[in-house]
Write a protein that binds this ligand. Structure first.
Ligand SMILES: Cc1cc2nc3c(=O)[nH]c(=O)nc-3n(C[C@H](O)[C@H](O)[C@H](O)COP(=O)(O)OP(=O)(O)OC[C@H]3O[C@@H](n4cnc5c(N)ncnc54)[C@H](O)[C@@H]3O)c2cc1C
Length: 447
């Protein structure tokens, strides 16, 4: 059976890994970027190893986040597959211990504390490869695939189109125009392949759906308010369902001692983000607080909606992002330069313009965010202090989601598998790897 895999990120690599040396399978793996020995750190999203290659390789071993695979397979099965993927990563990286900065006893106590206030704390086991070991793991995987007798790797070899006949995939068109024919095609193009995937979906009317859009703010507080969590957890992930709208609000990307940054998106859209340095620390913690919205028919453009909301912040701040004290938001007034200057929490992002987020965020978001901050205050006293800073807008725009079955097979195109972040079903290394294993297992059965 001739199999093509498009994209050599975690998803594509794990499909190939499982098919390696298998009788009856001939596998061609196409990657538009370079191989790992020639790839530079500047090529963050593309090349063997995909977007994960130069990351610090935080493998979150949980079914709860990092993707939506529980929409396709049951939780127990996913747990087993996560274990399988983790074992492979462990073997190729040589990192055989789980992250020791996680104190699992303490985390249980924190979970208990949160449960009293309808806050769900998700504590994932983490295998933290670190940048060096992550790179080593990716190099080892490349060598293993190169040595395999049935896998061919093609680098700097982008795929520009697919070949379809009567809703059945027949092959690929390479960027140089060459056509290649296959029995099975696995698309694993990641986030950098999103717009290509969207084009293909539109061109061939491949069945797809829309992932939720996440809109919210970045919260900045003194470290002392969150240290009793972040000292024991790599990062706290808390979910809360609000009482008024029953919407899901979650914390995301916690940076103890971190800094707020401006993210420059397509079309000059500015959103907020946060990060931390290894050797330079601020006295604040920041994290995103995001409201997930899944729009219903007939509306089909959640990304555009999120962008509009974010544009409002850019417009009102004169081409920047807005910062507001929580106290000012509650009192219904804007923050000003002088109020921010006197504020106890000093902003780590100087370019943010003091303003009023209530002119930006629709009522539903504002109400959800206020309620969640008040709720978080019960487990992290001081969170709802007037001095807490809110930066807007932070938004996460996820891609479209291809409609696939429990084996990652497209529901509308025969012999086409869509996996990983590019298919809109994962958003982390482990679940992307698992989606590759699922596709490979199904292909193996067919062989
Ligand atoms: C800076 C950064 C840090 C991260 N840190 C972590 C972390 O610590 N832990 C974690 O779990 N996740 C992390 N992530 C997310 C994680 O990297 C992704 O979820 C994961 O890589 C998804 O794997 P994937 O195989 O689906 O896609 P990708 O890794 O994006 O790989 C897709 C590959 O397909 C190739 N491709 C795209 N289009 C084509 C085409 N038309 N033809 C040929 N090739 C194509 C691309 O060049 C790319 O190499 C991080 C991401 C980034 C950007």
């Amino acid at each position: 059976m001739k199999i093509a895999i498009v994209g050599a990120g975690s998803a594509g690599i794990f499909t190939a890994y499982k098919l390696m040396n298998l009788n009856g399978a001939s596998v061609d793996l196409y990657e538009k970027g370079k191989d790992i020995t020639n790839r530079s750190r500047k090529e963050v999203m593309s090349g063997f190893g995909g977007a994960g290659a130069y990351s610090d390789g935080k493998l979150t071993l949980t079914t709860e986040f990092g993707g939506w695979l529980t929409d396709f397979i049951d939780e127990k099965e996913l747990e087993n597959l996560i274990e399988e993927a983790d074992t492979i990563w462990k073997d190729v990286s040589g990192v055989d211990k789980l992250d020791s900065s996680q104190n699992y006893e303490k985390i249980k106590d924190l979970e208990y504390l949160c449960s009293r206030h309808n806050l769900r704390l998700y504590s994932a086991k983490i295998r933290h490869l670190g940048t060096d070991n992550c790179l080593l793991a990716v190099k080892n995987l490349q060598v293993m695939l190169e040595k395999s007798r049935n896998v061919n790797l093609f680098f700097e070899c982008g795929v520009s189109d697919i070949i379809l006949e009567n809703n059945e995939i027949k092959g690929l068109v390479l960027e140089n125009g060459e056509k290649r024919y296959y029995d099975i095609v696995v698309l694993a193009v990641g986030r950098s392949g999103n717009s290509w995937m969207q084009e293909i979906v539109n061109r061939y009317q491949i069945e797809s759906a829309i992932n939720p859009v996440d809109i919210g703010v970045r919260v900045e507080v003194p470290r002392s308010i969150t240290d009793h969590f972040t000292d024991y957890l790599y990062e706290f992930k808390i979910k809360y369902y609000t009482s008024e709208f029953e919407d899901e609000v979650r914390t995301f990307c916690v940076n103890p001692g971190g800094f707020i940054t401006i993210e420059r998106n397509e079309n000059n859209l500015l959103t907020v983000n946060g990060h931390s340095y290894k050797n330079k620390k601020s006295s604040n913690t920041n994290f995103a607080l995001l409201v997930s919205t899944k729009f219903t028919e007939p509306f089909k453009e959640p990304v555009k909606y999120g962008q509009y909301v974010a544009y409002l912040a850019n417009m009102l701040s004169g081409g920047s992002v807005i910062v507001q004290r929580f106290g000012d938001l509650i009192r219904g007034r804007r923050s000003t330069e002088s109020r921010i200057r006197k504020n106890f929490v000093k902003p780590t992002l100087q370019e943010a313009m003091p303003g009023d987020l209530s002119f930006v965020l629709p009522y539903r978001y504002l109400s959800n965010l206020k309620e969640t901050i008040l709720q978080l205050d019960k487990v992290m006293p001081g969170m709802a202090d007037p001095n807490t800073l809110l930066y807007g807008v932070e938004a996460k725009f996820y891609s479209l989601r291809i409609n696939v079955d429990q084996n990652m097979r497209s529901k509308s195109i025969k012999n086409l598998y869509c996996i990983g972040d590019g298919a809109g079903i994962t958003r982390g290394i482990i679940q992307a790897s698992v989606s590759g294993i699922i596709a490979a297992n199904d292909i193996i059965k067919r062989i």
